[in-house]
Design a protein around this ligand. Sequence first.
Ligand code: NAG
Length: 156
Amino acid sequence: MLREGVQPSHGAFVGILLACAHAGLVDKGLEYYESMEKVYGLKPEMKHYGCVADLLSRSGNLQRAFEFIKEMPVTPDVVVWRILLSASQVHGNISLAEIATKKLLELDSSNSGKYVLSSNTYAGSNRREDAIKMRELMEQSNVQKPSDGIAKWALV
Ligand SMILES: *[C@@H]1O[C@H](CO)[C@@H](O)[C@H](O)[C@H]1NC(C)=O
C-alpha cells in the first residue's frame, strides 16, 4: 500500500489503518502503525490511536484494544472510547461497555444521554431477555424508535 521512496502523510496512515480495520487485517494494520514512527518518523496522532483501537476492537480483540487505549501516551479522547464502546456492544461485552461508558461520562458529561447503556448493549449477551423486554415495552407504549435504531433492534 505504500510505495517506496514516497513519504506518506499522517492522513495516508489514517486511510491505511481504516482499510486494514475494515478488511480485518489486524497484524498488517499493526505493522503499518508501528512503521509510522520507526520507518517514517511520523508521530501518531489521536486519529491514529483511534484507528488502532478500531482495528483491534472491531476484530474482537477487545482486551488488546483496551490495553492499547490504557497505554496510549496521550489521554484518550471521546472518539477513542466511543470506538471501544461500540465494539463492546457489538461483541456483547457488558463489563467493557460499562467501563467505556463511564469514561465517556467523565469526559463529556454534558452529553450523558448519548452514553446511557441501551438495550443495544444487552443484546447478544446473557441479558438478551432484558433487551427483548425493553423492546416489547417500547412497542406497547408506542414509543418512537430512534432513526438509527434499525441496526440496534436488528441485533435483538
Ligand atoms: C470483556 O472484556 C474484558 C476485557 O477484554 C474481559 O476481561 C472480559 O472477560 C470480557 N467479558 C466477557 C463477558 O466477554
